[in-house]
Each structure stands twice: as C-alpha cells, then as structure tokens.
Ligand binder design. Structure first.
Ligand code: ADP
Length: 158
C-alpha cells in the first residue's frame, strides 16, 4: 500500500492546495494531508482551525485523511510507513527551497521520495499570503479559496 503525505501550513487552504490534493489522491492508496504546526511562522488560523477546515473539504474523498504534527516530517513519515511526500511547485522560487528540503528529508530517511506536482496553471500565482493580504483590505477572495473558507477568512479581519 502506497501512502503519501501532503504537508503544509494551509493558512488558509487555497484552491491551489485543493487541486494538488484531488490530483494526488488519485495517484496513491492513501493520502495524509498534514497540517504543520510551525512555531517559526505566525499563523492566522490555529492548527486546530486549519485541521477542521481541511477535514470539511476532504470529507467526500475516501482515501484522504487529515492530521497535524509539530515534529520532523521524516519522523512522522516513518511512523506512518509513508514513503512519499507531495509538494506543489509554482515558480522557480519554490524550486530551490523545495529541492533543498527534499534532499534534507531524503538524507534522514532514504526511502522517502518527494514528488513535485506542477501547480494548476490557473493557480500558479496563488499563495496563502496573497489571500491574507487581499482579505486584510476586504478584497474579494472567492476566486482564491473554496466557498466554505471565504467567510472564515473574512471573519478574521472584521
Ligand atoms: P508551506 O508553509 O510548507 O510552504 P503552504 O501551505 O504554503 O506550506 O504550501 C503547502 C504546499 O502546497 C507546498 O508544496 C506549496 O508549494 C504548495 N502550494 C502552495 N500554493 C499552491 C498553489 N497555488 N498551487 C499548488 N500548490 C501550492
């Protein structure tokens, strides 16, 4: 059984993230969407809120589950017997950092392969940071995030 992990901050989850989830769910037996608690990053939503948002979005995808973790990704992957990490690639800027991360993870856990999925073209400009920036000026974010996420983000900037 091939288990893949799609890790990220998802603060908040965007249509770009959801596109990667749908595409990778079709490629593996099981997909774990891993909401990272990154203490170095100040997040808009708590890890619990991000998990709950994600759970709502994947509830009809039978081989996808959501989890959270504040340790090293390699340790989590070993614990879950997962040998694949999914990451999305938007631009060349993403590439350098992602490659560094993939090499580091692979050094710690030889069997762990990182698979990069090219972002859907319509989402290549999209990031959680852009969504927050738009929302902070009360801009329309409905083109960036799933409909059920819109009011949750807007509520943070009321
Ligand atoms: P991180 O804080 O780890 O970068 P993010 O939540 O920003 O986490 O992103 C998680 C993953 O999703 C990363 O692999 C990132 O490259 C990818 N990603 C981010 N935005 C998009 C997008 N618009 N389309 C596809 N993939 C994306």
């Amino acid at each position: 059984m091939k288990t893949a992990i799609y890790p990220g901050s998802f603060d908040p989850v965007t249509l770009g993230h959801l596109d990667i989830i749908k595409r990778s769910a079709g490629m593996f037996d099981k997909l774990i969407v891993l909401v990272l608690k990154n203490s170095a990053k100040k997040s808009l939503f708590t890890a619990e809120e991000r998990v709950s948002m994600m759970e709502g979005l994947v509830k009809d995808m039978p081989n996808v589950c959501v989890d959270t973790n504040d340790g090293l990704l390699v340790d989590y992957a070993k614990e879950k017997n997962a040998t694949i990490v999914i990451r999305g690639l938007r631009t060349t800027t993403d590439f350098e950092y992602e490659l560094q991360l993939a090499h580091t993870n692979n050094m710690e856990y030889k069997e762990l392969e990182t698979i990069f999925l090219a972002t859907g073209m319509e989402y290549s400009y999209l990031s959680s940071t852009v969504v927050k920036e738009f929302a902070s000026y009360h801009g329309d974010i409905s083109r960036f995030v799933p409909p059920e996420i819109v009011p949750l983000v807007e509520a943070k900037y009321k």
